[in-house]
Design a protein around this ligand. Structure first.
Ligand code: PHE
Length: 341
């Protein structure tokens, strides 16, 4: 049995000297010297030997086991450091190479314009008032004085839900009714920003979703000249002091009288260019005096109160400012576009 042990130890040693990976080493360890390995197994058989042979065998066996363990430790440290060196060589980093730039996130161009608009109106004493994107037909149309067969109510223009009374707002004007009903009978100075939706063909000029910023002032003795003065003040702040503006008569069901406001084209200074289509003017918003029916629907008595409202499109403002020719860029998620702002 002692002989058997010696042979086993020899084999184990020879095998060990040929190993060069840590997986092979750990397999070797469990085969020979681990708890269930062949050497400890043999040690356990010591009881089968005649009494007088046991001490010699036990001594030698322990000796062999110790020396195999030592050999194992040594080989494994050599193998491990070789492996370490190899992995460092493979994953070598050339510290002289230029770094990879981190791309910095930034605000969407529409958000930037919205924030600029909020700031200006806040400076002029207007609060932000948020209202919902999903509206009732009543809020979006009826309370705003849309006659029953107005073309805007067609399926082709409006996104309806499965409930025919619920739709995606086509403009921010229903917020006027919400604000009036909340504040009545106090005076109001609010802007109502938000996303609007229209069931249209998507083209370079029209999207199915876009922002609007609505404005509403209600109080005693508010006149058309207040509307003009306030909006001129706003455009001076947005487009620069002294930029000429003009008001053109227009029509909206919920304002009377109604107007559209143009600023002189700031790209060509009114001389005429591609962006202003050689008109020298850019249309920037719709506005008017709040219609008496709308005041009434909001809870205000038109004999006592009056007000003005306006609505503008931040995407349009951004397009004009930067000469962007296609509105589809805004929600196209093309980083090459977004990174320019
Ligand atoms: N709601 C109008 C539109 O979507 C804009 C507008 C708002 C006009 C308020 C007048 C007053 O075009």
């Amino acid at each position: 049995m002692l002989e058997q042990l010696e042979t086993l130890a020899k084999t184990a040693e020879t095998e060990l000297s040929q190993l060069n990976t840590s997986e092979a080493l750990s397999a070797w360890n469990s085969k020979y010297i681990g708890r269930k390995g062949q050497i400890p197994q043999m040690l356990r058989q010591v009881s089968q030997l005649p009494k007088e042979e046991r001490p010699t065998f036990g001594q030698r066996a322990n000796q062999l086991k110790k020396s195999l363990e030592a050999a194992y430790e040594q080989t494994s440290s050599v193998v491990k450091s070789a492996e370490m060196e190899q992995s460092m060589a493979e994953g070598a980093i050339d510290i002289s190479l230029p770094g990879r730039p981190l791309s910095r996130g930034r605000l969407h161009p529409s958000t930037q314009t919205l924030r600029r608009i909020y700031q200006i109106w806040a400076d002029m004493g207007f609060q932000i008032y948020h209202s919902r994107d999903v509206e009732t037909d009543e809020m979006n149309f009826q309370f705003l004085n849309f006659p029953p067969h107005h073309p805007a109510r067609e399926m082709q223009d409006t996104f309806y839900t499965t409930n025919p009374d619920l739709l995606l707002r086509t403009h921010t004007s229903p917020g006027q009714i919400h604000a009036m009903r909340e504040f009545c009978p106090e005076p109001i100075r609010v802007i109502l920003p938000g996303m609007c939706y229209r069931n249209e063909q998507i083209t370079a000029r029209s999207e199915i979703q876009f922002h609007q910023v609505e404005g509403l002032a209600v109080g005693h003795g508010i006149r058309f000249s207040d509307l003009k003065g306030t909006l001129i003040n706003f455009t001076n702040r947005l487009y620069g002091q002294g930029r000429p503006v003009r008001f053109r008569a227009s029509h909206f069901p919920f304002t009377e009288p109604s107007a559209e406001m143009d600023v002189e084209c700031f790209l060509c200074d009114g001389k005429g260019c591609k962006v202003c289509k050689y008109a020298g003017w850019l249309e920037i918003l719709g506005c008017g005096m709040v219609h008496p029916n709308v005041l009434r629907n909001g809870g205000y008595d038109p004999a006592e109160f009056s007000g003005f409202a306006f609505g503008m499109g931040p995407e349009r403002i951004t397009m004009l400012r930067h000469g962007i020719e296609d509105i589809r860029y805004f929600w196209g998620n093309d980083l090459r576009f977004l990174k320019q702002f």
